[in-house]
Each structure stands twice: as C-alpha cells, then as structure tokens.
Design a protein around this ligand. Structure first.
Ligand code: HEC
Ligand code: HEC
Ligand code: HEC
Length: 437
C-alpha cells in the first residue's frame, strides 16, 4: 500500500516537472547573419536613440563608460546578483545574430533568442507595451552600435532560483501580456504620457513597492512609493509626501531640468533617469508624461493648500535660533544653513528649501541620509550645482541627530525610527552613491 502511494507520488512529481518544462518551453529563433549597420536608415536610428534614452537602456546595460551597451552591469536583487546582457551587435557575446523577431520577443515576453526565460530585473513587463514601430527603431539603434566582445557573467543566484525555466511560473503569476490601449477619454497628451510612463520609461518599476517574489504590487499599492537601491522613490499618487502638491508644470520642470524651486532637486537614481534618459525626449513628450503623472497624483483638487504650505515652509526657513542649546540645530547652523538658507516669500532653486522637500517628509529617510553622506555632483540634480559630501565630516550619530532635527522642525510628520543604524547601513559602499538601478 505504502509502496503504491510512494510510486503515485513519484509519478506526480515527474509529471509536475514535465509539466513545468512543457510550460516553460519556448522555441529557439534561428540565428541570422549580423545585419550591416548601413542597412538601417539614419532617421530610424536616431529615433531609436531617443527611445533608448526613454527606456534608460544604457544605465542598466553599461558597466564601463567606454563600452556602452556591452552589459555586465551588476544588479543586486533580493535573490542574488544578476548581470545585464551585452546588447551590442557583437555576433558571439552580444545580440548580433538576433533577428528583429528575436529582439521583439525578448522585449515583449522576456524570452532570449535561445528560448530561455529572462529574469524580471529586465523590465520586459513594461517593454511589453511598446509598439512594433518603436521596437523597430530600437532594434535599428542597437544593431548600429559599436560591437563589443564581452561575455555576460552568469547570474550569481543560488539554485534553484537560478533555473530559468522557473521564470515561467513567475510569469504565470505576475506577467500580463498585453498591448498598450489608449484610454481615449483623457486626451492625446495623457495617452502619450501613459504610453511612455507605463512602457519604455517604466516609472512604476521604482515608484511601486514589490512583493516577496519581486513583482510590483498592484491595486492601491501601485506607485505607492518604495525604497529602491537604497534611495526612496516617493509615492506618485495622491499620497505623495511633498508639502506642495505637484502641478503639471512643476513635474515638467523637474523632469526636464532636474529640480524646481518649490520641490527641490532630483538625486540618486532619479537624477540618472532625468539626465541620462529622459533628456533624449522632446519637450512635448516630457509634457505628456507630466500630464499623465499629475493626473495620477490627484489632479488640481489637492492643490488648494499650496499657498498656505509654502508660507509655512518659509516661516520655518532660515537659520535656527536655538543653535547653542539644541545639538541638531547646532549641526544644521554649522554645516548646512549657509547654503540652504532662504528668506522672503519664495525659495531660490539654487538653495533647495529643505522644508519643501519630499526627502524630509517621506516615510523613509534614505534619500536625505544618502544626500548628506555622499553629496551631489555637478551633473546631478540641477546641473552646475553641487553639494559637498559629509561622510567624513559627520559621524553616524551626528547625521542621525541632524536628520531627526530637520524632520522635527521642518515637517509635521512623526519622527523616523532607527536613524543611527540606517545611517551606518547607507555609509557602506554598497549603499553608497552609485545610485544606479
Ligand atoms: C532596470 C535595468 C534594465 C533596463 C532599464 C534595461 N534592461 Fe535590458 N536587461 C537587463 C537585465 C538584467 C538583463 C538580463 C536578464 C537575464 O539575464 O535574465 C537584460 C536583458 C536584455 C535583453 C536580452 C539579451 C540577451 O542576450 O538575452 C535585451 C534584448 C535587452 N535587455 C534590451 C534592452 C533594451 C532595448 C532596453 C531599453 C529600452 C533595456 N534592455 C533596458 C536590465 C535592464
Ligand atoms: C530607477 C528608479 C526610478 C525610475 C525608473 C523613476 N524614478 Fe522617479 N524617483 C526615483 C527616486 C529614487 C526619487 C527620489 C529622488 C529625490 O528625492 O531626490 C524619485 C523622485 C521622483 C519625483 C519627485 C517626487 C517627490 O515628491 O519629490 C517625481 C515627480 C518622479 N520621480 C517621477 C518619475 C517619473 C515620471 C518617472 C518615469 C518617467 C520616474 N520617476 C522614474 C526613482 C526612479
Ligand atoms: C556648499 C553649499 C551646501 C551645503 C553646505 C549643503 N548643501 Fe545641501 N545642497 C546644496 C545644493 C546646491 C544642492 C542641490 C545640488 C544639485 O542640484 O546638484 C543641495 C541638495 C541638498 C538636498 C537634496 C534636496 C532635494 O531637493 O532633494 C538635501 C536633502 C540637502 N542638500 C541637505 C543638506 C544638509 C542636511 C546639509 C548639511 C549637512 C547640506 N545640505 C549642506 C548645497 C549645499
């Protein structure tokens, strides 16, 4: 009896494994002779370049600045480290032998030319929405890059999570294969913005929290804000923590210039998104994204309190009066106030007003701590402006004190917890200023 049960169990297991591999199986798409670079029209290639900017392909696919798109860029996931692929047209280590059909399948379904499943760290769940026409231009752009011979390192992910066939199960649970459908009722700009933001520019990949299997949460958790690579990407919903509700015009300025007087500057990965990616898009597309995002954030209704919020922030601005007795105030007066001091009804963009900044009002202090520890370069945030790094000048306790003081005096939010340990975690190189995806 037991023997028979056992046999039945083994048979079921075998069936399950066969079933999984049947589910996971995808055909190999035949290799082609690498297409000649001059077989692609130049205007198609330049459109592809713009779209590659919108999808930040270079940020994830470049490990060495002198070898763009050659892959090998390490991405830390909760399951281990994954390396981006070489997507130059090198025939042996890149995608030189990939037909356009193979490229389109990878972008839309996360399946490589050889039929193996790709990991969702490659945002194919978003690229799935990209039109044939745009994929055609992206293919032309990639196939005309300089080929680089560079083998992609194997993922450093423990067995069995590294079994690519298992990704078929992940896809079954979390991947919805769908084409982009314009809403139609909100106007052409909104639709264009939605197409870019949800597709190539995959804004929700950073701004939405993820579940334990690494999939973006849906429903009211979509765009609800998340820690991503040690930075905090604030909610892009009505729950956005900025003291002044974002308008279309403010979002547009932020996405185009890297900062605004009323909201502060874009640091960390958002700075890269803006300066290495979205900068390729024309103004009309940035405007379209802003229209879409402003609507997601609750539209005009939220903005009635903006004047009062600005007035309040400006009364709190300036040099603290009790710097001799409060250690946080003392640190601020000594290290920060000379540059972040503002007076009058309006702050200056070159002196980001901390009381108007999501870095202070967010539920998570990572962005504030990162900026204090590692500073900001002239190519980040508002180009030309820089902020010094305080990793050497201030110890963990001091940075924690300063962050707590800013939170207490410049916002109405509850105190952050565990600040000293968060500062020390972000001080390590891994939590450092790399700021990439
Ligand atoms: C957030 C990081 C990220 C971004 C942005 C990104 N990729 Fe990738 N991509 C990856 C990773 C990681 C892999 C490897 C996945 C794996 O090994 O399963 C990959 C794999 C690929 C592959 C499959 C290559 C192969 O040899 O299997 C193609 C094609 C590709 N990416 C194209 C693009 C294009 C085009 C863009 C821009 C529109 C882009 N990627 C943007 C991370 C990214
Ligand atoms: C690679 C991750 C990443 C991607 C992709 C990304 N963001 Fe961000 N975003 C961030 C981070 C991190 C911040 C916080 C930056 C800071 O406060 O300096 C941020 C901040 C913002 C802010 C400011 C919010 C506030 O309240 O201060 C806006 C607006 C924004 N992002 C819009 C977008 C849009 C629109 C897209 C898509 C076109 C996008 N983001 C894509 C990581 C990302
Ligand atoms: C020498 C002038 C200077 C000093 C001193 C300085 N900052 Fe800054 N800070 C800046 C500038 C300029 C920027 C914007 C940088 C950019 O856009 O690249 C900035 C950006 C920031 C940001 C990001 C704001 C945002 O909008 O997201 C924060 C947070 C910040 N500073 C906090 C501090 C704190 C806290 C101190 C004291 C420890 C400090 N700064 C000291 C000049 C300074």
């Amino acid at each position: 009896m037991i023997k028979r049960l056992l046999l039945g169990f083994v048979a079921l297991l075998v069936l399950a494994v066969i079933g999984l591999f049947a589910l996971a199986w995808r055909r190999t798409i035949d290799p082609i002779a690498p297409p000649q670079a001059n077989s692609f029209a130049t205007d198609l290639v330049s459109r592809g370049e713009m779209l590659a900017g919108a999808g930040y392909c270079a940020s994830c696919h470049t490990a060495r600045a002198d070898q763009p798109y050659a892959g090998g860029y390490a991405m830390a996931t909760p399951f281990g480290t994954l390396y981006s692929s070489n997507i130059t047209p090198d025939p042996d280590t890149g995608i030189g032998r990939w037909s356009e059909a193979a490229f389109v399948r990878a972008m839309r379904k996360g399946v490589a030319r050889d039929g193996s499943h790709l990991f969702p760290a490659f945002p194919y769940q978003h690229f799935n929405l990209v039109t044939d026409e745009d994929l055609h231009a992206l293919y032309a752009f990639l196939m005309t890059r300089a080929p680089v011979k560079a083998a992609t390192p194997a993922p450093d992910i423990p067995f069995p999570l590294n079994v690519r066939a298992l990704q078929a199960g992940w896809k079954l649970l979390f991947f919805r294969d769908r084409a982009f459908a314009p809403d139609g009722s909100k106007g052409a700009e909104w639709d264009r913005g939605a197409y870019l933001a949800e597709g190539l520019s995959h804004c929700s990949a950073c701004h939405s929290p993820r579940n334990q299997l690494g999939a973006e949460k849906m429903g009211d958790q979509r765009y609800a804000g998340a820690v991503v690579d040690h930075w905090y990407a604030p909610a892009l919903t009505a729950a956005n923590p900025a003291p002044l509700a974002w308008t279309t015009a403010e979002i547009e300025t932020y996405l185009r210039q890297g900062g605004t007087a009323l909201h502060g500057v874009a640091a960390g990965s958002m700075s890269q998104v803006i300066h290495q990616g979205l900068s390729r898009l024309p103004d009309s597309d940035i405007h379209a994204i802003a229209v879409y995002v402003a609507d997601r954030m609750g539209g005009d209704a939220k903005r009635t309190g903006n004047d009062a919020a600005l007035a309040q922030a400006m009364t709190r601005a300036g040099v603290p009066v009790n710097a001799d007795i409060d250690p946080g105030a003392h640190l601020y007066a000594a290290a920060c106030a000379s540059c972040h001091y503002n007076r009058g009804p309006m702050p200056a963009a070159v002196r980001p007003e901390l009381g108007l900044n999501s870095a202070l009002t967010s539920p998570d202090p990572s962005t504030l701590i990162q900026v204090i520890l590692h500073g900001m370069g002239t190519d980040e945030g508002l180009p030309g402006l820089a902020m010094p790094a305080y990793a050497h000048a201030l110890n963990d306790q001091e940075i924690a004190q300063l962050a707590a003081w800013l939170r207490r005096t410049q916002t109405d939010e509850p105190p952050w917890t565990d600040l000293p340990s968060k500062v020390s975690a972000l001080r390590t190189p891994d939590g450092g200023a790399s700021g990439q995806h």
